[in-house]
Design a protein around this ligand. Structure first.
Ligand code: ARG
Length: 492
């Protein structure tokens, strides 16, 4: 019976948490004040949508640019605050806004009726249409959405295009991916036949890449589905008023056109522009700084997670060996719960849910989540190690007059460590590889950087190959290091 209690408490906490947002939503509107006093405007975007928002290499540095980013800069300038950009999957944007990770969304988002249920929108600041992107060799085959009956069509997860495909192309089979850049790759490698993309973005991709072609999709669009607008939390009247003022300034000065032209300039600079340029400048060596940065983060996250995970793991394993039933039960519940839920959900839970109470940056959330996860496994490894040392050893030490503590420290623990060394090594290697899951909350680890390289280089396979080699070098070096210490332990 005792054992069940911690489980019930965890479930109750999660349930209680679910009602928290409802309580907070009724608070008075201080949306504008809050940003001004913070001194920073944090916008959420999905930088895979040229000319609205996309990655570009400027002076060897990765930067997010585009019309939406220029608008965000203008809004921040009007508010006299700094601008911070958070890049994530399009489908993570609304949740991020809900839990205050971002102050507003600028991601070419259409103010559809469905979305208006959960967020408020600014005035519409741009209107495009809906296009279909195909391979140029299929120009004769596909020319309308109806020509794609029974064919595979790609859309971005959580986008208006996903809804359009489901409603207006019911006989096509639909593939939803989180990033448009991944859809483009899927199209180029014949995984799908077509992609539905907003017209300006489709045009940008096509003009930037000779391996793509596009035509008007001929979709029927409802009122809110035609334009794009800025999303903010429900009830942020003061913020909306201020955004709309900036937007009308932009309109008056005809800045949208300037912003689009600037975006076009960056697009021209990308390596995929012409065939010739492509072979010259998008070799992986040009992106070494992306890989280096990603590797740095991956190492940092792994080292810290192994360290914290080991400390907590030792504590947990000691708790599990205690006589006190409650302490033992708590440790068992922890291990079972952590082992029994996917790390991806744990990472998102720490970032979004816990982050709702204390605003943790993505990197810290990632390290905490991976550490907490690894601790559960390390606890079990250590426990098995301690159990593997025969009782006779303890009895002998105790009868020689050693205290319980000393016996543990000098007799049991060293022998246990030797026994569990290979299993611990396995866990550390797993941490290096599995920590890649933190890329979903926007930590710029190796996987995250690989995706950026894919989008700026317009190449699909080469970045994957490079990343695989880097991971292997990391894990293999660790194996060598662990073997060295194992050898040492065997000698004495
Ligand atoms: N306008 C569409 C929508 O609201 C697509 C937006 C996609 N934006 C992006 N940054 N990928 O769903």
């Amino acid at each position: 019976m005792m054992k069940k209690k911690p489980f019930i408490i965890i479930v109750l906490v999660i349930l209680a948490y679910c009602f928290l947002p409802t309580l907070q939503a009724s608070a008075a509107d201080n949306s504008l004040e809050k940003i001004k006093s913070k001194g920073t405007l944090v916008i959420g975007t999905s930088a895979d949508f040229p000319p609205y928002e996309f990655h570009a290499t400027i002076d060897g540095q990765d930067e997010i640019v585009g019309m939406d980013i220029s608008i965000a800069k203008k809004i921040a300038e009007d508010l006299n605050v700094k601008l911070e950009i958070q890049d994530m999957g399009f489908d993570s944007l609304l949740p991020a806004l809900e839990v205050n990770k971002v102050d507003m969304i600028l991601a070419g988002m259409s103010p559809s009726e469905e979305r208006k249920q959960s967020v408020d929108f600014s005035d519409v600041y741009y209107t495009g249409g809906q296009n279909i992107v195909i391979r140029p060799s299929d120009k004769e085959v596909y020319d309308s959405k109806d020509s794609l009956v029974k064919k595979k069509v790609g859309v971005q997860t959580g986008s208006l295009q996903e809804t359009l495909a489901k409603e207006q192309m019911p006989e096509s089979s639909i593939l939803s991916l989180s990033k448009i850049t991944d859809l483009i790759l899927a199209l180029k490698t014949n995984k799908i036949e077509a992609i539905i993309i907003e017209k300006p973005s489709a045009m940008a991709y096509v003009s930037n890449d000779t391996g793509l072609a596009t035509f008007d999709g001929g979709f029927e669009l409802a009122e809110g589905e035609q334009g794009i607008a800025i999303a903010v939390k429900k009830g942020s009247e003061s913020l909306i008023a201020s955004i709309n003022e900036s937007l009308s300034n932009i309109k008056e000065q005809n800045l949208t056109k300037t912003y689009l032209e600037e975006a076009g300039e960056h697009l021209k600079n990308s390596p995929g522009e012409t065939e010739e340029k492509e072979t010259k400048s998008n070799g992986m060596i040009n992106y070494w700084s992306y890989f280096a940065r990603g590797t740095g983060y991956t190492i940092l996250i792994s080292v810290l997670s192994v360290l914290f995970g080991s400390i907590l793991g030792v504590l947990l394993s000691l708790m599990r060996l205690m006589d006190n039933k409650i302490i033992r039960g708590l440790a068992t519940a922890y291990v079972e719960f952590v082992r029994g839920t996917p790390m991806m959900i744990q990472v998102m839970f720490i970032y979004f849910a816990v982050g709702y109470v204390i605003n943790l940056p993505a990197l810290a959330s990632g390290i905490i989540a991976v550490s907490l996860n690894s601790a559960a496994y390390i606890c079990e490894i250590i426990r098995s190690g301690l159990n593997s040392v025969s009782k006779g050893q303890t009895e002998a030490a105790r009868s020689l007059g050693m205290s319980k503590k000393l016996t543990m420290r000098y007799i049991v623990f060293p022998q246990a460590l030797k026994n569990i060394w290979p299993a611990l090594g396995n866990e550390f290697i797993t941490v290096i590889k599995e920590s890649s899951i933190v890329s979903i909350i926007g930590v710029s680890d190796l996987i995250f950087q690989t995706k950026i390289v894919t989008s700026v280089s317009y190449r699909g396979i080469a970045p994957l190959a490079v990343t695989m080699v880097i991971y292997f070098i990391l894990t293999y070096s660790l194996t060598k290091l662990l073997n060295y210490y194992e050898g040492k332990m065997n000698h004495d």
